[in-house]
Design a protein around this ligand. Structure first.
Ligand code: DAH
Length: 330
């Protein structure tokens, strides 16, 4: 039997050990053969031999189990060593990412107004009726609410349709003077080549003492801003209507595609509309209980700016995560 004890101790791997197990304990193994041989012995001898064999069986099995645990542990250590990954190594094919064109454009807009001392304010995407509409001079059931198709929740809550409610929140929480912009996501029930249910706007508001803020101030800063964004373009102001400003204007730049000659993008007009703005309506100041102040406000769509800057034809492509499109902005 000694040779089998030695064999178990000397087995160098689990596979070899298993071969030994079959040779010793298997149906046709060494132990089974010894028990068969026992048949020819006398009864007294049988008892002796059986006791001896059973002792060996138990001890051999214990030795076997102990050796197996040792070998398994060693093999696991080997495997872990071989399969370990050095996470500090540089990958050979790393790719650098890039800012999404919408975020890049937003950053540039924010950068301009920061340089002009406008603070960045944020509001809430889930807004209430007061901030999104009423305080902005859009009373309940007023037809002007039709200008924006709204996602409503219960209890007069909604997804903000524009960043203008941040004007209201800011004025409710602080005293004039105010110089702020509010960049952020807005939501409308719309989906076609020029509309997506979520897009981004930047709102601007400047408030100071009565008589201190004029349309000329507004005109100056927006012209300067648009030249910063688009380079040497013509800028024109067109009378328009917004409930929260009076007077109101829409701002056009000369078409960046045809330089004002007239093309498909500008519908042969030579102009592209890029902004809404105006002098803050007294009803808005009344809603936030501001007295003896004057101010201007403006709002713009960031995706529209990004599309004009990068000459992107379909607004929806900005939200599809198409790597081929995004790679061009690296
Ligand atoms: N809130 C307007 C919109 O979503 C944009 C806008 C226009 C904001 C004129 C203004 C403004 O502050 O004065 O269409």
């Amino acid at each position: 039997m000694k040779e089998w004890y030695d064999a178990i101790h000397e087995a160098q791997n689990v596979e070899k050990l298993e071969e030994i197990r079959i040779l010793v304990f298997g149906k046709k193994g060494v132990l089974a053969a010894e028990f068969v041989k026992m048949k020819n012995a006398s009864n007294e001898e049988k008892a002796e031999i059986a006791k001896d064999l059973n002792n060996h069986k138990t001890t051999l099995m214990n030795e076997f189990t102990a050796r197996k645990i040792v070998l398994q542990t060693l093999e696991l250590q080997e495997a872990m060593k071989a399969e370990s990954i050095d996470v500090s190594l540089f990958s050979s094919s790393s790719q650098s990412g890039a800012l999404h064109p919408v975020m890049e454009t937003m950053d540039k807009i924010v950068e301009y107004f920061n340089s002009m001392n406008f603070a960045v304010k944020t509001g809430k995407m889930v807004e209430d009726d007061f901030n999104n509409f009423e305080a902005l001079n859009l009373p309940k059931y007023h037809p002007a609410r039709d200008m924006q198709d709204t996602f409503y929740f219960k209890d007069e809550m909604l997804l903000r349709t524009h960043t203008s409610p941040v004007q209201i929140r800011t004025m409710m929480n602080s005293k004039p003077p105010i110089r702020m912009i509010a960049p952020g996501a807005v939501f409308r029930r719309d989906y076609d080549i020029t509309h997506t249910p979520m897009f981004h706007q930047v709102e601007g508001l400047l408030v100071d003492e009565e008589g201190k803020v004029s349309f000329a101030n507004l005109k100056y800063i927006l012209e300067d801003f648009l030249k910063y964004m688009f380079g040497e373009v013509e800028v024109r102001f067109r009378p328009s209507f917004f409930p929260f400003t009076e007077p109101s204007a829409e701002v056009d730049i000369s078409c960046v595609f045809c330089k004002g000659e007239g093309c498909r993008v500008c519908s042969k007009t030579g102009w592209l509309e890029v902004l809404g703005c105006g002098i803050v309506d007294p009803n808005v100041f009344e809603a936030v209980k501001y007295k003896n102040v004057s101010g201007y406000a403006f709002g713009l769509g960031v995706e529209r700016f990004a599309m004009l800057i990068h000459q992107i034809g379909d607004l929806r492509s900005l939200f599809e995560g198409d790597i081929k499109l995004l790679e061009q902005f690296r």
